[in-house]
Design a protein around this ligand. Structure first.
Ligand code: ADP
Ligand code: ZN
Length: 532
């Protein structure tokens, strides 16, 4: 049944036009709507803003009975219901914000079939009285929104969601749709398993955001690099300045960066969870209403903010995962016009992130999973391939050719045979007992007779002074790449010690050759000044 019934499609288009006021479905909305309306189950993966809501709203109107929408975002339910009512749809919600009598009223309408749609929080849906009530009610379909919440692999795991498998058992005749904007294979497999959607048709939209240009650079002097970028490409400090978001890891660096940008004559406001509600609302309001405001923020900023003309998203620190990176950068260019996803990162970021993971109190399997996610992100940062291809392949998508709109496509990175260099530095790491950070290791390689080197007797090591051919910066680049690629890890105590991993042995034994990216030396202050 791959071809939709033309009569059903006609009715769906009619509702799209008369109820929602839109002229045409976006692909693949039409296929999803007709499939669900005809009684099929569906798994829908669509990026944020793709138009998931209509995919279950219209079939709910086409089928007899009430469409039951499971959503974890209680705060957004009222807005959604209000918007539907404005279009003349009979919609209600059931969550903890209703009084007892109010909820009873909604439940009665549900049972009578007097509603088109009802939004329900998962913990409420799973209560036995609610499931009994639904069995007595005419149900058109179940839509499980934000379905990635079933997966511990995802970033928003909600234990309640795991109970939703009961819908398949108790309502085998009612079509079920699971919808999400998180698309990696693991999450998808978890959704199918937990919600018993083995027979569901999968509708996978592309996650590509072609207008976003992806760029990742090496952190040297991050604030100055940021300033150069936003001045040169986003008219920062002029009346034509673009709106943008700058993400930092800590509240402190948010504050410092915002202050520093302001001192450079740039309109920048801080945003993090440590500010008062009023301060946060102020930043958010100005960002949305005014032109050319930059918000410097922790990841606390962005959820539910729908500003179409954000022209850049900058990361001064590494995000936690590819999912996080995709979501955060995805806030740029919603209007489809060119936008930039810009990031700088360095060895200290890798060390910090690995330390945070090692110190986390989470159970072992969660920590292992988070560490795999970080590895995927680091591999993205260090890839000599097209960034878009790398990003999309993480989400299970194949992008046919290099995109032409990312830094590695525009300036293909050169690589060099770094096997010898890697052997030198890994050997220095091992011979000094896996206890030292980049500074001391480079001193050993350069043959610097510092007090510490002499005190520890490291001038007597065979690796002492063997690495004079590479500069300080080049060694740092080698160390960063080795850490990003998993040859080095870091200690849990946070001393910044670099530790050779199991993976390093093959390189040390000469069984593996290693090509690394050639580090482009960042332009000096003098060169930057001349360019202006
Ligand atoms: P998602 O839930 O996937 O993030 P929404 O369902 O909120 O996306 O839809 C995003 C926006 O796109 C909304 O403003 C919605 O009204 C609009 N939209 C969805 N489908 C269509 C369509 N076929 N034609 C025009 N606009 C649409
Ligand atoms: Zn590319």
């Amino acid at each position: 049944p791959t071809l939709p019934d033309p009569a059903l499609l006609g009715e769906a288009q009619n509702i799209l036009k008369t109820v929602f006021g839109y002229d045409a479905f976006r692909a693949p909305q039409d296929g999803i709507v007709t499939h669900l309306a005809a009684g099929g189950n569906a798994l829908v993966l669509m990026p944020t803003g793709g138009g998931k809501s209509l995919c279950y709203q219209i079939p709910s109107l086409l089928r007899r009975g009430v469409g039951v929408v499971v959503s974890p975002l209680i705060a957004l339910m009222k807005d959604q219901v209000d918007a539907l009512r404005e279009n003349g749809v009979r919609a209600e919600y059931l969550n903890s914000s209703l009084s007892g009598p109010q909820a009873r009223e909604v439940e009665r309408s549900l049972e009578r079939g007097d509603l088109d749609l009802v939004y329900v929080a998962p913990e409420r849906l799973l209560q036995p009285y609610m499931l009994d009530l639904l069995e007595r009610s005419p149900v058109a379909l179940f839509a499980i929104d934000e379905a990635h919440c079933v997966s511990q692999w995802g970033h928003d795991f909600r234990p309640e969601y795991q109970g939703l498998g009961v819908l398949a058992e108790r309502f085998p005749q009612v079509p079920r749709a699971a919808l999400t904007a998180t698309a990696d294979d693991r999450t998808r497999a978890d959704i199918v398993r937990v919600l018993a959607l083995e027979d569901a048709r999968q509708f996978l939209s592309s996650f590509d955001r072609p207008n976003i240009q992806y760029r990742v650079g090496h952190k040297a002097s991050p604030k100055t690099q940021l300033l150069d970028f936003i001045r040169a490409e986003h008219a920062a400090g002029t009346p034509e300045a673009d709106a943008g978001i700058v993400y930092c890891l800590s509240r402190k660096s948010v504050e410092e960066t915002a202050q520093w940008l302001t001192a450079q004559g740039i309109q920048a406001l801080p945003y993090h969870a440590g500010l008062t509600v009023r301060e946060r609302e102020y930043a958010q309001e100005r960002f949305i209403r005014e032109e050319g405001v930059i918000v410097v923020a922790t990841v606390a900023f962005g959820m539910g903010i729908d500003k179409p003309n954000v022209r850049f998203v900058a990361h001064l620190d590494l995000p936690k995962s590819m999912e996080g990176y995709y979501q955060e950068t995805g806030r740029a260019g919603r209007d489809g016009l060119p936008a930039t996803a810009w990031m700088v990162y360095g060895l200290s970021d890798v060390v910090n992130m690995r330390r945070m993971l090692a110190q986390s109190a989470a159970p072992e399997h969660i920590r292992r999973m988070e560490s795999q996610k970080l590895d995927a992100l680091l591999a993205y940062c260090e890839t000599p391939r097209c960034r878009r291809q790398t990003l999309l392949s993480y989400f299970g998508e194949t992008y046919p050719q290099p995109c032409g709109n990312c830094d590695t496509c525009r300036t293909p990175p050169e690589t060099w045979d770094a096997t010898r260099a890697a052997q030198m530095v890994l050997s220095a790491v091992v011979r000094t007992g896996n206890r030292f950070g980049a500074g001391h290791l480079i001193d050993v390689l350069h043959g610097n007779e510092t007090e510490r080197v002499l005190g520890l007797g490291h001038h007597a090591l065979p690796t002492f002074g063997v690495g004079k051919d590479l500069s300080d910066k080049q060694w740092k680049g080698v160390l960063r790449q080795l850490a990003a690629l998993g040859y080095l890890t870091t200690d849990a105590e946070g001393h910044g010690s670099l530790i050779a991993t199991q993976q390093a042995r093959a390189v040390l034994k000469g069984e593996e050759t290693l090509r690394l990216r050639t580090e482009a030396e960042p332009p000096s202050r003098e060169e930057r000044r001349q360019k202006r």
